[in-house]
Design a protein around this ligand. Structure first.
Ligand code: NAD
Length: 250
């Protein structure tokens, strides 16, 4: 595989599963040193072990933990080139505006949106010192279009990630820091499987709207993240990068 990330140091949150795990594998295959961050000590450590990287257990909603994880990365490897802020949770059951309770709403904003704010806040100063960096924040296709399935708290959190990424991309462009939002369509990961297990008809309803006629595999999303992380995307920032099987174009 082309070594586009040779010598680069990358932090991936939610690296123990799904899109994060596939990206940890892809980054390592392209030559990066990978810091795997996850709340789950077992899956996170397993991922780090597999890719020969460092495992840091952290809750990305905890400000001190996030500040520490970026500092520890720089202490260990001397730099920070890539931050893939990806950890997230699925919508609560029956996530409609009429039924979602305030606590469930707040929890989704905290894990999916506040975590990205914290990760950007503590990654950017390290990148400013280097005059270069690439940040990829995981949003979702539901940030750019309404979904027939009720997921109001989830969609709102991802819309926030998208808006924040655009703003930061514009703000820090002249300092050599690129910030892009990744918007996957439905991806075959534990997050999606859990959602469909609760509501099997949801899968069929989703599939109908995907022009490519299937869900993505995590490796297909990881390939897009590696592109955004590498210099191959050097003229891209503040971008909404849809990898969605055509769902938003239909
Ligand atoms: P996943 O459940 O397979 O993996 C998520 C990982 O994040 C898990 O390892 C989990 O332990 C970790 N995590 C959760 N909360 C955390 C916290 N507070 N601190 C640290 N780690 C935490 O999910 P996935 O499908 O790979 O999703 C990854 C990202 O992609 C999420 O932001 C999700 O919203 C987004 N996304 C997923 C899909 C999809 O269809 N799977 C589509 C669009 C966007």
């Amino acid at each position: 595989m082309t070594q586009r990330l040779d010598g680069r140091v990358a932090v991936i949150t939610g690296a123990g599963s799904g899109i994060g795990l596939a990206t940890a594998r892809r980054f390592a295959a392209e030559g990066a040193k990978v810091v795997c961050v996850d709340l789950d000590a077992e899956t996170g450590a397993k991922a780090a072990n597999e890719v020969g990287g460092l495992f840091l257990q952290a809750d990305v909603t905890d400000e001190e933990a996030v500040r520490d994880l970026f500092q520890r990365t720089v202490d260990e490897y001397g730099r920070l080139d890539i931050a893939f802020n990806n950890a997230g949770i699925s919508p609560p059951d029956d996530d409609s505006i009429l039924t979602t309770g305030l606590d469930a709403w707040k929890r989704v904003q905290e894990v999916n949106l506040t975590s990205v704010y914290l990760c950007c806040k503590y990654a950017i100063p390290h990148m400013q010192r280097q005059g270069k960096g690439s940040i990829i924040n995981t949003a979702s296709f539901v940030a750019v279009m309404g979904a027939a399935t009720s997921q109001i708290s989830y969609s709102a959190s991802k819309g926030g990630v998208l808006a924040m990424s655009r703003e930061l991309g514009v703000q820090f462009a002249r300092e050599g820091i690129r910030v892009n939002a990744l918007c996957p369509g439905p991806v075959n990961t534990p997050l999606l499987q859990e959602l469909f297990a609760k509501d099997p008809e949801r899968a069929a309803r989703r599939l109908v709207h995907i022009p490519l006629g299937r869900f993505a595999e995590p490796e297909e999303i990881a390939a897009a993240v590696a592109f955004l992380a590498s210099d191959d995307s050097s003229f891209m920032t503040a971008n909404t990068f849809l990898v969605d099987g055509g769902i938003s174009g239909a």
